[in-house]
Structure formats: C-alpha cells, structure tokens
Design a protein around this ligand. Structure first.
Ligand SMILES: NC(=O)c1ccc[n+]([C@@H]2O[C@H](COP(=O)([O-])OP(=O)(O)OC[C@H]3O[C@@H](n4cnc5c(N)ncnc54)[C@H](O)[C@@H]3O)[C@@H](O)[C@H]2O)c1
Length: 420
C-alpha cells in the first residue's frame, strides 16, 4: 500500500522535521499540535526550529500538502500516524501522559489497515504494554490483525548540518512482521536507510542505549576534567592526543553539564524501569547523572576562584555569559546548564548579561539581559564565561579584550583565558 496521508502528532524538534521531510517526499501531511501559538506560527510560515528554514517551511505550505492544525478531526482517513510528543520525567519517573493523550485523541481515526508509529523516547515495553491496549480498547480493533503498530526511535541532532533526518539511518520495528514491513516501507520514503529490528522493545532500548552511552561518557570525561584540573594537567590536549588512536577510542568533550530533552532524561527511563522491574539500581546511570548535574555548580565555583585571584567577588561583578542554549547553534534552552549557571550567579549577586544569538525573548531567564557581542561589552565585564560555544562569535576578540575568561568549552585562547 502506498502511503498517502500522514499525521504527525507533535510539531516540535522531532515532529516538525519529519512532517516537512514527508511533504518533500510527496506525502499529504497533517501536522498536529495542541499548542495553538505554534500552529499559528507554522501556518504563517514562521519556523521556530533552526533545522527547518523558513524557506523549507514556506515551500512545504505552498505545496498545499502540509497542514499544521490543532484539530484532531483533520486526522480523518490517515494511512500512517507518527506520535512524537514529549516524554518528560515527573518526580523522577517517566511521564507518559502526553503519549496517552495523543493515543486517546488519535484512536477515533484509527481504522483497519492503518499504521501507528511511536517515536517518542521511552522505556522498553511502552509500545506494546501501554499504547497497544490503549488503542485496542478505544477502537475495538486489534494489533496485530486490524491495524499496524510500531516503534521507531528518533535520532534528530538539532543544529547538525551533516547528519540530518534523511541521511541518518532509522531503526524501525513492528509488533509483527506485517507491521514491521509497513513501518519500514513508510520510513523508506522519508530516509535513505532503515535498520529493521525484531521487536518494538529492541527499538525502544536502542534509543536508550544511544543516549545512556553519551550521558555516561560525558560524565566520565567531566569527572576526569575536574581531577585533571586539580592535578594541573591539560585534559583538552590529552583528549586530542588520545583521539589520534585510530581504534578503541571515541572522544567526548567536557562541558558545563548536559541539557535538552534527551540526555538528562532518557537514561532515567532505563534506570526507572530496571528499578521497577528488577528491583536494583542502574549504577552507571545514577553516577553519570550525579556527575553531570554537578557541573554547573563546578563551573560557578571555578569562576568564583578565578575572579578571586583578580581580587574580585562574584557579588557585584558584571559577568558576560556566552550562550544560554544547552547546545551550540540552537535556541533550545530546555534544561540548559547555562540557564542554571546564570541563576546561580545571579543568586550570588552578579549582574548577568548574556550573548545568545538564537534567543527568543520569552525564553530568556528572568534577570538576565541579552546583549550583542561587542568589544565594549566584553571590556566592561569583570569576567566572560563561555558556556555554549555557538559558531560565528568572535572568540579571538573575547580572548583579546576581556579582563578574565573562564572557558568551559575550550573555544578561546589568550593570556587571560582559563579553561574548565
Ligand atoms: N529534541 C531532540 O533533539 C530529541 C532527540 C531525540 C529524542 N527526542 C524525543 O522525541 C520526543 C519529542 O521531543 P521534542 O523535542 O520534539 O519535543 P517538543 O516539546 O519540541 O515538541 C513536542 C510537541 O508536542 C506537542 N504535544 C504535546 N502533547 C500533544 C498532544 N497530545 N497532541 C498533539 N500535540 C501534543 C507539544 O505542544 C509540542 O509542540 C520526546 O520523547 C523526546 O525525548 C527528542
């Protein structure tokens, strides 16, 4: 069966790129989101996600085959529905209420032969233990049997110009061989390569392996960096040197902490499930979370010591933060360590200004003034703190003009620069 009508529930960092790519691949796409303001902006051709340029969004709208909407009624007669809604934590436990809400809302439009795919990151078993019974009860249909159900983890890397949705291999799964064939057939129209796995649980775990691997390795290098700094060894040079080993080593960079919707959250889905099902701790994840959560405070502490050496205190200091987003070249401030650093510095009495070229006014933390990166701003600051190393900023000027720079990303050089 050729897919004609696609519904993508959730038009955020994951759902919007998928919807636009599907339009470009020739599908009719309904982009569903309960956030009216997002839908209005999308309808007006205004993208809020860096990876989707205004030109691409406008072109998608111009085809007449992309319909952003908050009305589930527009999902009627869909062939494939992809669910890409948030899966946050609530009091340390998975909050699947968005998935449940999306499932209940799409259920009236599920009909025999259609396909539903979950993309939201979650613990193994969610598709078959939570989404399947929910859809079966609401529709009176069965899967396998009447409709097809699958899971495909999402690998969007916001701001990555090399690895985009279409050229990143996509892991696909289904509740049976027919569902897998449907899910695979759909994604083959969207991406260059699919990787089929045997079950939805394997696909769900695949995503958690990927993110846990990153979280643990970042924590390892963060702890190593804190120790190396006290030992007086240049960890950055050591990482570069270790990276010349052509096998058995993969470089991870230290930083001010992890943020966004993935790394601080997804591994907790796994540790929560291990605890719930096996009754024991996933120690690597617990430890990695602890170390990575420590980093914003460590950065503040190091800045405090650095300022102290200049005869200054944080209280009353004018500080210029470079970057507020959790990731370079993006606007995403969700759980950003930079936002935590700014809050801690303000609580200590600093006047905090920030350079954030991607900032949207309503996301700027309270009490932080966003300024342009000028020599005058750098010169007037008691210290510059590089938290997010967006490209396109004049780091040479910062190194030259600042009184003191604490660089948590190894982006700046100069006599007054101290690195994490
Ligand atoms: N952002 C990333 O880089 C990334 C990477 C990997 C995995 N993920 C995972 O993908 C999933 C989605 O993340 P995201 O970053 O796209 O989130 P997002 O917050 O950017 O977008 C989710 C959208 O879903 C909408 N929504 C929520 N409930 C809804 C409902 N019932 N019906 C319709 N719309 C609804 C929200 O209004 C929001 O616009 C999460 O599980 C996340 O962990 C995200």
């Amino acid at each position: 069966m050729s897919v004609e009508k696609l519904v993508v529930i959730g038009q955020g960092y994951v759902g919007l790129p998928l919807a636009i790519r599907a339009v470009e691949a020739g599908l009719d796409v309904v982009g569903l989101d309960l956030d009216d303001s997002r839908i209005k902006r999308l309808g007006a051709g205004e993208s809020f996600i860096e990876d989707i340029t205004t030109a691409r969004l406008t072109a998608a709208l111009a085809t007449g085959r992309y319909r952003p909407t908050s009305d589930y009624g527009d999902a009627k007669d869909f062939d494939v529905c992809v669910i890409s809604v948030p899966t946050p934590l609530r009091d340390g436990a998975p909050d699947l209420s968005y998935v449940e809400h999306a499932g209940s809302s799409i259920a009236p439009y599920v009909r025999p032969g259609c396909t539903v795919v979950l993309e939201s990151t979650t613990y193994p078993g969610t598709t078959e233990e939570l989404l399947r019974p929910l859809l079966e009860e609401a529709t009176g249909l069965q899967s396998p049997g009447d409709f097809h159900l699958g899971y495909s983890p999402e690998r969007i890397d916001p701001g990555n110009p090399t690895w985009r949705l279409e050229n990143t291999p996509k892991v696909v799964s289904g509740v049976d061989a027919t569902a897998l064939a449907r899910v695979d057939g759909f994604y083959r129209r969207i991406v260059e390569q699919t990787v089929a796995v045997d079950s939805t649980r394997v696909a769900e775990l695949t995503k958690l392996i990927e993110n846990t691997f990153r979280q643990v390795n970042i924590a390892l290098i963060n702890e190593l960096t804190m120790c190396a700094s006290e030992l007086g060894v240049d960890v950055w040079q050591a990482i570069d040197a270790a990276s010349t080993k052509p096998f058995g080593f993969m470089p991870f960079k230290p930083g001010p902490g992890v943020g966004g919707h993935c790394l601080p959250i997804d591994p907790c889905y796994l540790s929560w499930q291990v605890k719930r099902t096996l009754g024991r701790q996933f120690r690597f994840i617990e430890l990695a979370n602890d170390i990575n959560h420590e980093m914003p405070q460590h950065v503040v502490q190091r800045l405090m010591v650095g300022l102290n050496k200049q005869g200054r205190t944080i209280n009353g200091a004018r500080l210029l933060l470079i970057g507020l987003a959790y990731k370079k070249n993006t606007a995403d401030m969700r759980d950003s360590p930079a936002v935590e650093v700014a809050a801690r510095l303000r609580a200590l009495g600093a006047d905090v200004r920030a350079v954030e070229p991607y900032a949207e006014a309503h996301h700027i933390p309270t009490g932080v003034t966003v300024v342009d990166l000028t020599e005058a701003e750098v010169d007037a600051a008691d210290a510059v703190l590089i938290v997010t190393d967006h490209d396109g900023l004049d780091y040479e000027m910062i190194g030259r003009s600042a009184k003191y720079v604490f660089d948590s990303r190894n982006r700046c050089t100069g006599r007054v620069v101290e690195r994490l």
